[in-house]
Design a protein around this ligand. Structure first.
Ligand SMILES: NC(=O)c1ccc[n+]([C@@H]2O[C@H](COP(=O)([O-])OP(=O)(O)OC[C@H]3O[C@@H](n4cnc5c(N)ncnc54)[C@H](OP(=O)(O)O)[C@@H]3O)[C@@H](O)[C@H]2O)c1
Length: 325
């Protein structure tokens, strides 16, 4: 496994971590296609393979994700770096502190390595939220501060509110298709010594190459994702073909190529939501090698002609989700 430093921290995180939204979330198929045992063995397999970054949130499964992570780490806490998140409705200072204390209890740990604001709250001033983060840091309950779904200016403003606590990362949707952070964040983060934690790095499974308009995913959550409209799934086929060509030549899988593209920059770590030990095995294989310049060019050419339809897809996806059509 490859390790990188998260921003200006002394956290050496694996370039591929494990996302735990899937743990405890019915609409991802939890309780039907996988459950507690599979999740715990996925976490253990991740640890065995050297993945050390585990991303959870108070909102995932209404705390169940944190509980299952805590159970899995009972005898292995020292091997893990826990990245947790506070929901924006708790973004006043006292709310942040209370939420963190409850998360610590659910996980069964004395500290959270990285505590992040899940989404910006435009009503509560950032200074108020960061005051809570600073207090948690001073009490030793969290080691580093992160944000999530923040634009560049908001990241900078949040960072400026802290004194001794360090803001080290922004967690955003980032994958080959949703690749805005490549230009909007990455060049600035390189200069400012911040990291990106890439969520949905497989575009919720679309970049695994296993879904087509004829074989859409079964789980509910993706009914709301415009990338899974039949039109967009057809449009992505050209990119998947290129990833497949590269993966076959390299003896890799399509998912591994998609993840490797993200982590080729040491400012980026990816947290795929692998549900099972087998999926963990696959994502772990995305690290430890590099795409060549000519492979990167092939991907760039495929991306240059990829046009995703968001505006038309969203209303249709909502109707499909609501009426299950
Ligand atoms: N900060 C935020 O606002 C935010 C938002 C979203 C997610 N996140 C975090 O990011 C993590 C990952 O994002 P995500 O869940 O949206 O999308 P993702 O990691 O791009 O996609 C995960 C899904 O892809 C499918 N998949 C196919 N092959 C896989 C493989 N080899 N390994 C892993 N998954 C494979 C799995 O579902 P199937 O097998 O059913 O296809 C899996 O559940 C979450 O768990 C969460 O921790 C954060």
């Amino acid at each position: 496994m490859e390790y990188v430093k998260l921003g200006e921290s002394d956290l050496k995180v694996s370039a591929i971590g494990l996302g735990l939204w899937q743990v405890g979330t019915n609409s991802w198929g939890w309780g039907k296609t996988y459950s507690r045992e599979e999740s715990i063995s996925a976490i253990h397999r991740a640890l065995d393979l050297g993945l050390n970054l585990f991303d959870t949130a108070e909102i995932y499964g209404m705390g169940l994700s944190e509980k299952v992570l805590g159970e899995a780490l009972r005898d292995r806490r020292d091997e893990a770096i826990i990245s947790d998140k506070v929901w924006p409705t708790h973004a006043w200072a006292g709310g942040v502190i209370n939420a963190a204390k409850k998360s610590l209890q659910r996980i069964g740990t004395r500290y959270i390595d990285l505590y992040q604001i899940h989404w910006p709250n435009p009503i509560i001033p950032l200074g108020e939220t960061m005051r809570g983060m600073q207090e948690l840091h001073d009490a030793g309950l969290i080691h580093y501060v992160g944000v999530s779904n923040f634009g560049l200016n908001r990241v900078r403003r949040a960072r400026a509110q802290l004194t001794s606590a360090k803001l080290v990362s922004n967690q955003v949707a980032y994958n080959l298709i949703q690749n805005g952070p490549s230009e909007k964040l990455l060049p600035h983060f390189r200069k400012e010594n911040l990291s990106i934690i890439a969520y949905s790095p497989l575009a919720q499974g679309l970049l695994s190459g296993k879904y087509t308009p004829g074989i859409p995913p079964k789980t509910g959550i993706r009914r709301f994702n415009p990338l899974f409209s039949p039109t967009n799934m057809r449009r992505v086929e050209g990119l998947i073909e290129v990833l497949r060509e590269i993966s076959l030549a390299r003896g890799m899988t399509v998912s591994q190529v998609a993840l490797n593209w993200l982590i080729r920059d040491e400012r980026v770590v990816a947290i795929p939501g692998a549900k099972t030990a087998e999926q963990v095995d696959e994502v772990a294989g995305a690290a430890g090698w590099r795409l060549t310049d000519s492979e990167l060019l092939m991907i760039e050419e495929a991306l240059a002609i990829l046009k995703i339809e968001y505006l038309k897809s969203i209303p249709r996806m909502l109707l499909r989700a609501l009426f299950r059509i």
